[in-house]
Design a protein around this ligand. Sequence first.
Ligand code: 5GP
Length: 114
Amino acid sequence: MSPKTVFKKIIDREIPAEIVYEDQECLAFKDINPQAPIHVIVIPKKEIPNLEELREEDEALIGHLFIAMQRIAQQMGISTGYRVVLNNGPDAGQEVMHMHFHLLAGRKFDWPPG
Ligand code: 5GP
């Protein structure tokens, strides 16, 4: 069995995190190295390494994550503007192999992204 990722350890409460939202399917917590005044990581509790490992059965879960992000944005008062990022695979800078969205807000974002 492969070792637990840091995000799985957060789900299992083996390491601490500043949790901002949780329900049966997902967990959201503040990024340890924030790239914006608000930087939240949103993860499914199900261990899916990245988009390449998504299966048809995960379709509803992905929709659920977006609804959760909408709720988190409302809860944090950033509904007027935020950026959602998914780094998929090493070439895109994915470091933690547990699929996750970055929810960023509180500053101006450039386009195209760096
Ligand atoms: P990735 O590069 O995989 O898309 O993003 C991983 C993110 O997880 C990074 O922004 C990094 O700062 C964050 N991160 C890594 N380890 C921890 C941790 O132990 N706790 C928290 N809260 N965030 C982490």
